[in-house]
Design a protein around this ligand. Structure first.
Ligand SMILES: [Zn+2]
Length: 141
């Protein structure tokens, strides 16, 4: 079950990092009601087709994964997730210059300096088991 938290996704969209899910849940977003017990279902996967409103989450009382239908699907799940993904991109943009050559019939071959844009991930994702192994010693001391 915990493994599913790591593959949270908006259908056909990017995976949603656990940190973004935690931000959504902490303000009451991406949460639906469990059809069995009525308690909260913490969504970790939503279907991107607006007409379908299908979501999958974990009910904290039943302790199982549930498929639920969320009213105001876009306002309560999709749009906030997209906004947070845009605010916290997992990429670092750097610029490097390099020497190159450019040819024109009027000037011939001449050297020019070009700028290259590099996008690198800020962090490497890990699965939940690796994360627990990394963090566990910090909470045991
Ligand atoms: Zn339940």
């Amino acid at each position: 079950m915990l493994r599913n938290l790591l593959v949270a996704e908006i259908s056909t969209g990017p995976n949603i990092p656990l940190g973004i899910l935690l931000q959504l849940w902490s303000v009451g977003l991406a949460i639906a009601s469990c059809p069995e017990c009525g308690d909260k279902v913490y969504l970790f996967r939503v279907h991107g087709m607006i007409s379908m409103h299908r979501c999958w989450g974990f009910c904290r009382t039943c302790r199982v994964q549930r498929q639920v239908f969320l009213d105001d699907f876009c306002q309560k799940a999709i749009q906030p997730a997209v906004t947070l993904l845009q605010q916290h991109p997992n990429e670092k943009i750097t610029y490097e210059t390099f020497e190159d050559s450019e040819f024109s019939w009027g000037s011939g071959l001449k050297k020019v300096t070009r700028i290259c844009t590099l996008k690198q991930p800020r962090y490497q994702p890990v699965d939940i088991f690796t994360l627990v192994r990394i963090l566990k010693p910090k909470f045991q001391s």
